[in-house]
Write a protein that binds this ligand. Structure first.
Ligand SMILES: [Fe+2]
Length: 263
């Protein structure tokens, strides 16, 4: 069967599966719902970016399936460890592939199609994509990573600018909200490099890492949406003004503007 044939069933399976995790206290529920809502929005973002690239039919459907399942490992991760931090639990992408296999979610698809979805899910959170992959798989992986980032930017900017001031350690990765910016994080951004999660020491570092995701964006539509939604500016405005903050912002913003104008 094709992905188009079974996408409604895949969506039903997703809803039934996440429902089993929606018990427990309100904090637990809120954190599960955060990932359910994120998934639904990544599906919408991937359709948007995918269509901008001329995808349609089976390929657009395949892209949507990768978005639907990219964070399926998050639910088991939260149930087992009570955190979304891969570094202190497990790689949620690998966990997700295990969940899809154990539940035989993709078994009605042709093996090349289900393999492509599993590989794309498994790469979505990698620091860099593997070199020994097919162009097709790398293409779907880049698309998923763009769509995922678009919504993570939305989640964090909404969170940073919310008025009620309740902290959610799950979003902040349990990092301390102190005024420091780590030298290594600052240097990575200024060199146009992605910041590594294991270098993060403070919440400010994490905000810089999020600004630096722009260096990992692949498609014109994504750059345009980031500019239009002013994500980088919003994150900058949550940091105390300083020379380092201005330098970092101008580095990422000029990279973004260059990529918007060159297309
Ligand atoms: Fe993820």
């Amino acid at each position: 069967m094709t992905c188009q044939d079974i996408l409604p069933d895949l969506k039903d399976w997703f809803s039934d599966y996440v429902e089993t995790f929606l018990s427990g206290d309100s904090n637990h529920r809120r954190n599960i719902e955060l990932k359910v809502d994120h998934t639904r929005r990544v599906c919408a973002e991937i359709l948007d970016v995918g269509k901008s690239l001329g995808l349609k039919g089976e390929d657009l459907c395949l892209a949507e399936a990768t978005a639907l399942f990219h964070d399926i490992g998050r639910f088991e991760q939260y149930a087992r460890y009570g955190t979304y931090r891969d570094l202190v639990s497990e790689d949620h992408a690998v966990l997700g592939v295990g969940v899809l296999r154990e539940n035989r979610v993709l078994e009605r698809l042709e093996p090349p199609t289900s393999d492509l979805i599993l590989r794309t899910v498994s790469y979505h959170n990698r620091a860099v994509l593997p070199e020994n992959e097919t162009n097709r798989c790398l293409y779907f992986s880049r698309l998923l990573r763009d769509a995922d980032k678009l919504d993570i930017w939305r989640v964090v900017t909404d969170y940073y600018t919310q008025k009620n001031g309740t902290r959610n350690e799950t979003i902040e990765l349990d990092l301390p909200d102190t005024p420091d910016i780590s030298e290594r994080v600052y240097e990575d951004i200024m060199a146009g490099r992605l910041v590594r999660v294991d270098c993060l020491r403070t919440l400010n570092d994490f905000k810089l890492l999020q600004m630096g995701w722009i260096f990992d964006v692949n498609f014109p539509r994504t750059f345009h949406l980031v500019l239009e939604r002013a994500y980088l500016k919003i994150i900058r405005d949550t940091l105390l003004p300083s020379k380092k903050v201005s330098e970092v912002f101008s580095k990422v913003q000029s990279y973004l503007e260059k990529h918007c104008h060159s297309v």
